[in-house]
Design a protein around this ligand. Structure first.
Ligand code: BES
Ligand code: ZN
Length: 460
């Protein structure tokens, strides 16, 4: 089978890429209501692709927000069932002037596809569609397969929880398979075993009741931008430790062995700095860069604004200042509790000269997946077949809030088998996905269907 899988991919790769590019041309930006029609077009496109690849049925399901695409092929109810989850929505492409080529006109350069969504997550979802096509072409599927491709992941998946609750029977499966993460490197493939959670909120600081002349009033009235900056700065100490009382109370403490294992990955701090063009890294004292981006929580300003930002200068003491703040969470922090702690603390440190308001946006729980499950072992074997290497387990810094819900609502474990690279510039200008990653991903996924079916049947 190895050779057949490999040959099918080699013989069809140009068509796979050109179909992916057609999908990438549809600007399915979930956050921007002007793209509402494009979001639906992208959903239709993947629905048709799934039917063409061999699905018995495929449909758009309404969720109260952007539609979700559901498809399935049940070859034999007594076989194990794999439920593939992914998302067809993408992040806004801004700032457009920093792209070397337009974000929705995919181009191939140096063996990589450049486009918004190339890696996160259209390119990775498409690997599953093509692995499904391949399995259908090469013989009967070793497993039943269901697809759930949503259109709201990048805006917090608010409607997905209720969808899971209402569709438990339809979504019945033995494992969830997700490709929306990265591997450590092409030389060191990895399987993701942890994701951080998220608490995202917006703050507003109000000083005087209107913008003022900064000469007439400056020096005597609180400037909300200055005050907001001082408040944010005080939320971390000199060791980059977050100062919100109670913030670390529930943080999972890893054993010395687990930390050592995590740090065994062949990470080069020099290439990391070089890639980002920074002279030095910065972060919580006592932790390595790999730990800071996986097992430790964070607090970051994602955007800050207020006052005059137009051309030239305007001497103004603004009435208001705003910031969008994200906190990445680790086991056993919960978004609700962290949002509450932040809100209380933010109010407590505000000087009497300003009023403050905190508005929560969205959140998600962290997730840790086991390395001793059938799913993990099947993924490990699939990597060994396609890459000729044993993948390492790796915790990652990003969030996929739905993973915790899959476990809670459907009682299902997730295998996070993604094929991106941290350097793929997801959410940034010039997002890209290596063609080798795309093709190897298809191969690994195809193997996973066999290894999972086999291991699952052995334990019956
Ligand atoms: N694919 C990412 C998540 C990711 C990125 C996991 C890198 C592991 C490594 C996903 O599309 C994403 O961006 N999620 C959001 C979640 C948020 C909008 C609730 C994130 O992490 O910011
Ligand atoms: Zn994303």
């Amino acid at each position: 089978m190895n050779q057949e899988i490999h040959s099918y991919i080699q013989e069809n790769k140009e068509r796979f890429l050109s179909e992916l590019c057609d999908w990438l041309r549809i600007p399915s930006v979930s956050a921007d209501s002007r793209h509402q029609g494009d979001v639906v077009r992208a959903a239709e496109y993947i629905k048709e692709s799934l039917l063409a690849a061999g699905a018995d049925k495929a449909e758009l399901c309404s969720t109260g927000g952007h539609p979700l695409v559901y498809a399935e092929k049940i070859v034999n109810p007594s076989l194990p069932t794999i439920l593939v989850y992914g998302h067809y929505d993408v992040q806004p492409p801004d700032p457009l002037n920093l792209w070397d080529s337009p974000p929705f006109e995919p181009v191939v350069k140096e063996e990589k596809i450049y486009a918004r969504g190339a890696c996160d997550d259209k390119g990775q979802v498409f690997m599953h569609v093509k692995a499904f096509e391949l399995l259908n072409q090469l013989g009967p599927l070793p497993c039943n397969i269901k697809f759930m491709i949503e259109g709201e992941e990048e805006v917090g998946s608010d409607n997905l929880g209720p969808f899971l609750e209402k569709n438990k029977e339809k979504l019945k499966a033995d494992i969830i398979l997700v490709s929306d993460t990265a591997i450590f490197s092409m030389d060191t493939p990895s399987i993701t075993v942890g994701l951080r959670g998220l608490s995202y909120l917006e703050v507003e600081v109000t000083g005087p009741n209107r913008d003022l002349h900064s000469g007439v009033y400056g020096g005597a009235v609180a400037n909300p931008i200055n005050t907001l900056c001082a408040m944010i700065a005080s939320m971390k100490d000199a060791d980059h430790h977050i100062t919100i009382p109670g913030f670390y109370d529930t943080v999972e403490v890893l054993s010395v062995e687990d930390r050592a294992a995590l740090n065994k990955a062949p990470f080069s701090i020099d290439s990391y700095k070089k890639h980002l063009d920074i002279a030095e890294v910065e972060g919580e004292k006592g932790y390595t860069t790999l730990e800071r981006t996986s097992i430790r929580p964070t607090l970051d300003v994602n955007g800050i604004w207020g006052g005059y930002t137009g051309e030239g200068a305007k001497t103004v003491l603004p009435s208001k200042a705003y910031a969008k703040i994200s906190m990445r969470l680790v086991p056993n922090q919960t978004p609700d509790e962290i949002t509450r702690l932040f809100t209380d603390y933010f109010h407590s440190i505000a000087p009497p000269s300003v009023k403050v308001k905190v508005t929560p946006h969205h959140g998600g729980e962290p997730a840790v997946t086991p390395t001793n499950s059938i799913g993990y072992k099947a993924a490990e074997q699939a990597f060994m077949q396609a890459w000729n290497k044993t993948p390492i387990p790796m915790r990652e810094g990003g969030s996929i809030p739905i993973v915790a819900l899959f476990e809670r609502v459907l009682g299902l474990k997730t295998v996070l088998m993604g094929f991106g690279l941290d350097t793929d510039a997801i959410h940034s200008p010039n997002e890209h996905f290596g063609i080798a990653n795309f093709l190897k991903g298809i191969e690994t996924i195809a193997h996973f269907h066999f290894t999972f079916a086999q291991l699952q049947n052995e334990t019956k």
